[in-house]
Design a protein around this ligand. Sequence first.
Ligand code: GMT
Length: 379
Amino acid sequence: MRIGIVLYPTFGGSGVVATELGKALADKGHEIHFITYNQPARLGAFGENIFYHEVRVSDYPLFDYPPYELVLASKLVDVVKYEKLDLLHVHYAIPHASAAYTARQILKEEGIYIPFITTLHGTDITLVGKDASFEPVITFAINQSDAVTAVSKSLRDDTYRHFSISRDIEVIPNFVNVAHYPERKEGSEKRIYAPNGEKILVHISNFREVKRVPDVVEIFTRVRAQMPAKLLLVGDGPQRSMVEHMCRELGTCNDIRFLGKLQQPENILALADLFVLTSESESFGLSSLEAMTCGVPVISTNTGGIPEVNIHGETGFLSNVGDVESMARDAIKLLSDEEMYAHFSKQARRRAEAFDVAKIVPRYEALYKQVVERAKVTP
Ligand code: GMT
């Protein structure tokens, strides 16, 4: 099949999932066309079935707000026609779903019906989408999609709750390529970050308010008061300088490393003893699944789709948003009990196997087939 994948090319979860999906589909013989404004951050080398089409908005001085959505829609029309695509799969509703709808309408005038699938990822629904300034267009574009998927049950339910949706939303969870993730390392390999055998806590995010990174530092400070420990912060974003200021105030800076955005976070995750995710809202929490794939237990909040990934008392522990006391207590408990830790680590890896690429990607392929067949009969 020839598939156009529309995505944000960044390190954000939706971009990572869309890129990994494209790579996995290309490995299975599909022809994949990534359509976005930059090369996807996680793309790596181009395989023979992978193509990239850049969306470039001119900086004409009249445009205070560059009309990205229109340029994207025009690019979609062009790519669908000349690359003879069978299907568009758009990741993150804003503005990708409405751009795909516009392209579909334009192509209809030329006798071409291009179906599009919208995958909802989280903030497109829970934060941005339900804002009144977007809501009518988002509702319309979701309802007009040829199929809609959400990355967790929680996100599907939120979508039904916040929007007037008249169609089915299929839950297809995010996935990892388990074979590409190293198992947790012990001993000398950790020395670079933990020279004296300190426990290593890792957090990965875009440092937006919704992630509550200051809570990670609060938890770490409590753990460090009980045992030698280091905190590795991966990613970057608006709250980074605030977090740096906080560690100066708390006197913990020597034990906290900011590693910035990493192309292969699994190399750091494999050095971790615990992964910490303190989000206020999280549709899935891909980074926690990546940590679990390396056999790293997760200390997290119990919000959104996180409980569908991290199982309380099995692969880690969950607490209410903001309850740093309870998260620190659970972290200390787990790090202090070797037998319990080994059990949780094994369970985390086993749980991640349920989200392996080989189990999830065929579900997208089945949906593609269904949508393309349906479009042939009733365009
Ligand atoms: O977490 C973010 O702010 C980035 C965002 C994105 O759109 O890239 O992540 C969302 O999609 C990921 C992939 O499906 C999910 O794993 C994240 O949980 C989700 N983020 C939120 O819901 C806050």
